[in-house]
Design a protein around this ligand. Structure first.
Ligand code: NAD
Length: 252
C-alpha cells in the first residue's frame, strides 16, 4: 500500500480524529509560510518585527509587516480555503474529526466550515486594546491611517490579536488544545515544520495518549525526523487531500 492509501485506511477506521495544522496548509491558498521556501515571510522580514518589546519600542516599524499580513494576504477576498481546509471540515461534518488545533492566524479553517478550531497563536480577524476591553475587527481598521491605532476609549495602543514573540498562548485556546489531545485515535498533522514551541507539544501529547500520527508535508518536519510520525505522505496538502477525499469517499 502507498502512504496515501495507508492514510486513507487509517482515517476510514478512525473514530476520533484531531488535526494539527501549520502555515503549509494555507500555501496553496496563496499565503506564504514563515519558513521553508524563497517566498517565506522570514526571507523578507526580520522576525524581530513581531517581538512584543520591539513592537512597543518601535511600533511604526511594524507597520509594513502588519499591513502586508493583514491586507496583502490575510484579508484579500481572493484568498479562500483550499481542498485541505475543506477536507478537514468534511471530516468534522461526518463526525470523525472532533477538533482542529491550528497555529495559523488566517481564519481559513472557519471559512471552510470547521466549527471547533483552537487558534493556538490567536487570529488576524480582530485587534484589541492592550489596556481596556476595546476590540475592533481588522476589516474595519484603516491601516493606511496612523499606526499603531489608538484606542478610542482609553487612548492606549491597539494590538493585533495574533500573538507576538514574547507573549503567552491565549488561555482558552491553550486549555482547549490540550484537552483536544485526549481520547484521539488519529492525529493528522498538516504543513508544519514543528519548530514552534510550545505548539509542537500538541501532536506529542496526542501520540502519548495513543494516537497514530499521520503527517502531510512537502518535506519532512521535526516530527518526521524524530520518528514520531507513523504515516508520512509527502506532497502539497491541497493536492493530497483532494485525492484522499476521493479514496475515502468524502465530499468537499
Ligand atoms: P513554518 O513556516 O515553520 O513551516 C511551514 C511548513 O509547511 C514547512 O514544514 C513546509 O515544508 C510546509 N509546507 C509548505 N508548503 C506546503 C504545502 N503546500 N503543503 C504542505 N506543507 C507545506 O510554519 P508553522 O510550522 O506553522 O510555524 C510557524 C508559525 O507561522 C506559526 O506559529 C503560525 O502562526 C505562523 N504563520 C501562519 C500563517 C498563516 O496563518 N497562514 C502564515 C505564516 C506563518
Amino acid at each position: 500500500m502507498t502512504a496515501i492509501e495507508q492514510a486513507a485506511e487509517a482515517i476510514k477506521h478512525a473514530k476520533r480524529i484531531l488535526a494539527f495544522t501549520g502555515a503549509g496548509i494555507s500555501v496553496e491558498s496563496g499565503i506564504p509560510p514563515f519558513r521553508g521556501s524563497k517566498d517565506s515571510l522570514w526571507e523578507k522580514y526580520n522576525p524581530e518585527i513581531i517581538d512584543l518589546d520591539y513592537f512597543h519600542a518601535h511600533p511604526k516599524e511594524t507597520r509594513e509587516f502588519i499591513r502586508d499580513v493583514f491586507y496583502k494576504y490575510m484579508s484579500r477576498t481572493d484568498i479562500v480555503p483550499n481542498a485541505a481546509h475543506k477536507f478537514l471540515a468534511a471530516l468534522e461534518k461526518e463526525g470523525k474529526l472532533h477538533a482542529i488545533v491550528t497555529q495559523n492566524i488566517d481564519n481559513l479553517h472557519q471559512m471552510a466550515g470547521s466549527k471547533t478550531v483552537w487558534e493556538f497563536h490567536g487570529t488576524t480577524a480582530t485587534l484589541s486594546c492592550e489596556h481596556c476591553d476595546y476590540k475592533i475587527a481588522s476589516k474595519d481598521l484603516d491601516l493606511e491611517a496612523e499606526f499603531p491605532p489608538r484606542c478610542p476609549k482609553c487612548g492606549k495602543v491597539i494590538k493585533p490579536d495574533f500573538i507576538f514573540f514574547g507573549e503567552g498562548i491565549p488561555r482558552e485556546a491553550y486549555e482547549g488544545s490540550i484537552a483536544a489531545t485526549e481520547d484521539v485515535d488519529v492525529c493528522i498533522v498538516v504543513g508544519t515544520s514543528g519548530l514552534v514551541m510550545p505548539a509542537d507539544m500538541i501532536p506529542i501529547m496526542a501520540k502519548r495518549n495513543g494516537a497514530k500520527i499521520i503527517e502531510f508535508n512537502t518535506q519532512p518536519s521535526k516530527f518526521t525526523e524524530q520518528g514520531m510520525t507513523d504515516i508520512f505522505v509527502q506532497g502539497k496538502a491541497g493536492e493530497i487531500m483532494s485525492r484522499l477525499a476521493e479514496l475515502i469517499g468524502a465530499e468537499l
